[in-house]
Design a protein around this ligand. Structure first.
Ligand SMILES: [Zn+2]
Length: 375
């Protein structure tokens, strides 16, 4: 019978590197998960995403349950077959997006009732329904249904919300059942309050999960507050299970999170920015729409192996962006995903060899230098 496991290979300070094994393949950690919201990583073919070094994708329960629906995806063979990606997929629970995207939401002990932002149809998400949807999708890593309050929030609100999420975590665990080959992750809540984070970690650990997410961050608190929380939150979670920071982030957020003991992350930033003309490079952010690139024959990032950097000039990337050509979003998305995976690869190697601090210094020095001089 196929099972799953997490093996830590090395640590350097609090930074860790290892492997999550699933029947659909291994996930090298620290791992960055590109976001495939509607069963596609926008502007990319699955094999192109894979070629950047991605071991796992993230799918969004909220979007997929509304369109094309989890039941239809199940009839068509599950999400992997539907979107032609045979490697691991993590799905979120829908909890975060229902609160940020749906209309007329109503939160009760039972769950969240809401109207679809697409056609106004009525729906209900509960821990049990979220587990059912993620099972229908065929997700390899399933997330508990939780409630995530926006920050800043007062302590009473954070406390009540965290305890509701812990009751929902138990219901998620019960509804998930015994599914060999699939993992269920609990989600820690508690905002920026260390004692609530600790209480949440204790509750989750008692229930017992295959991995633990630090939830409720990257919701408007800023990097300093997020790092302040990450200075202690991962330490409250089991050492021998993967730790996932949800919805993060910019390259320096990712590096800072790994330094503090995080193993997995996801964010729409590399894909979304790619479609708006923003590229992440070793020397910081480049806005390709800027007129300074119009005559520039040099590559976006001379150290990058992606097709945008090896086959095209800044001038071309500028031109196709200005002309609203589809290849613009394709090339910049590819570049951004390649850069994010290069960061992960660099960190994994550095942690394995006990030189994370030196790697981090080079990372920050490149960014501090800024973009190449204009011609
Ligand atoms: Zn590139």
């Amino acid at each position: 019978m196929s099972t799953t496991s997490f093996t830590l290979h090395a640590t350097d300070g609090k930074a860790r590197t290892g492997v999550i094994s699933t029947p659909r393949g291994e996930i090298r950690t620290p791992a960055f998960m590109p976001v495939g919201t509607a069963a596609t990583v926008k502007a990319m073919l699955p094999e192109q995403v894979r070629s950047t070094g991605a071991d796992i994708l993230l799918g969004n329960t909220y979007h997929l349950m509304l369109r094309p629906t989890a039941e239809r995806i199940a009839r068509l063979g599950g999400l992997h077959q539907f979107m032609n990606w045979d490697r691991p997929i993590l799905t979120d629970s829908g909890g975060f997006q229902v609160m940020s995207l749906a209309d007329l939401r109503k939160l009760t002990e039972e769950g969240v009732s809401f109207r679809s932002h697409i056609d106004g149809s009525k729906h209900m998400l509960t821990p049990e329904r979220s587990m059912e949807i993620q099972r229908l999708l065929g997700s390899d890593i399933v997330m508990c249904f939780d409630e995530c309050p926006a920050l800043p929030a007062d302590r009473k609100r954070l406390e009540e919300s965290m305890r509701l999420s812990m009751r929902w975590a138990q219901r998620s665990r019960d509804a998930f059942g015994d599914r060999p080959g699939h993992m269920l992750f609990g989600i820690q809540q508690g905002g920026l309050e260390p004692d609530l984070r600790e209480e949440s970690a204790k509750a989750l650990t008692q229930i017992g999960f295959d991995g633990y997410a630090v939830g409720g961050l990257a919701v408007g608190e800023g990097q300093e507050a997020m790092f302040g929380c990450l200075d202690h939150a991962p330490d409250t979670l089991p050492v021998d299970k993967p730790r996932y920071l949800m919805g993060v982030g910019k390259p320096d957020d990712i590096v800072g999170a790994v330094k503090r003991g995080i193993d997995m992350m996801d964010c729409v930033l590399p894909t979304r920015s790619g479609r708006t003309g923003q590229a992440f490079t070793r020397r910081g952010v480049v806005n390709i729409k800027n007129a300074r690139h119009a005559d520039d024959p040099r590559p976006l990032d001379e150290h990058c192996s992606c097709p945008a950097c090896t086959g095209y000039s800044r001038a071309y990337l500028h031109h196709v962006f200005r002309s609203h050509e589809m290849i613009s979003g394709m090339l910049l998305t590819w570049h951004n995903l390649q850069y994010f995976q290069d960061i992960m690869d660099g960190m994994r190697g550095a942690i394995a060899e006990g030189r994370f601090d030196a790697w981090e210094a080079v990372f920050h020095a490149g960014r501090a230098e800024g973009d190449i001089e204009r011609l």
